[in-house]
Design a protein around this ligand. Structure first.
Ligand SMILES: [Zn+2]
Ligand SMILES: [Zn+2]
Length: 276
């Protein structure tokens, strides 16, 4: 009798353990430049306490729907910086949720986190044509965060951010879910060893690698730098993303192998799904 009572409980626990593994889905692994296979920056992160969209390109609105993701109930949005390939979809999304039948009955808040200046930017866009983006069926909360700040991005899911050498406001984010799984998303960044320390031993290190080699600008990474940071951080797994078209002719696996990385290094592709 005792056995038959316990057995279903164990099964349910196993189901939830499996079901609530953190899931990471690449919506867009390209740059701001139009590309046939790589749309601009957006990543869907599903945790035990809810969902977060990491950056919000213009393409992300429809990419979420294409991937059958529950955008109606999205809990939080992280904006890493204000380049339009990372925020260009936010105002159009709010314009959509304002009018969509799918969100008409939503009551839980949507929280938007990002660097200082985020609220002013959204308001400027809103006021440019009186879009009424802040008049949603549900509460909208905007929270600006500064370098080295720690905050709860979802219930029992903590985030910390680090300044990156890319734009004045750009931030990398470290997320730890309630089960202790960790992820770092650098977004766009130039090289700094501090990123390796910030991502030390994380379960998934998602790093930009805009260029293959001989990068034309300092404010992005190329492969040798990304591989240095991977070695320095020693994550369980790494993923490179934010590719410019020069990557189209590179054999990614061969190129990465030459650096003998300390872990598996995935090439981001739109639609790739990982469990963390
Ligand atoms: Zn970018
Ligand atoms: Zn950028």
């Amino acid at each position: 009798m005792l056995k038959s009572r316990l057995f279903p409980t164990v099964l349910i626990e196993l189901f939830f353990c499996y079901h609530w593994a953190m899931k990471f889905i690449v919506l867009g692994c390209g740059s701001a430049v139009p590309h046939a296979k790589r749309s601009s920056s957006a990543y869907w992160l599903e945790t035990a306490s809810g969902t977060i969209l990491l950056d919000f390109s213009a393409a992300a609105i429809h990419r979420m729907a294409q991937e059958n993701l529950d955008w109606v109930n999205l809990d939080a949005i992280w904006i890493s910086h204000f380049h339009l390939d990372h925020i260009g979809g936010l105002a159009p999304f709010l314009f959509g949720t304002r009018n969509a039948p799918e969100t008409a009955n939503r009551t839980k808040p949507l929280k938007i986190f990002g660097p200082q200046g985020l609220e002013k930017l959204i308001k400027s866009f809103d006021e440019a044509n009186d879009y009424k983006l802040f008049k949603q069926p549900f509460p909208l909360e905007i929270r600006e965060v500064g370098p080295l700040e720690e905050f709860e991005i979802l219930p029992e899911t903590n985030a910390a951010v680090m300044k990156t050498p890319h734009t004045g406001e750009s931030l990398a984010i470290h997320i730890r879910d309630r089960e202790g799984k960790t992820l770092v998303y650098t977004s766009d960044t130039g090289f700094t060893k501090a990123l390796g320390a910030f991502a030390r031993n994380v379960d998934l290190f998602v790093m930009e690698c805009s260029f293959f080699k001989d990068k034309p600008i300092e404010k992005h990474l190329e492969l040798a730098e990304a591989m240095f940071l991977t070695r320095y951080a020693n994550p369980k797994r790494a993923m490179l993303t934010h590719f410019y078209a020069e990557w189209d002719i590179v054999d990614f696996a061969e190129a990465v192998k030459k650096f003998t990385p300390p872990c598996v290094v995935f090439e981001a592709q739109d639609g790739v799904r990982l469990e963390i």
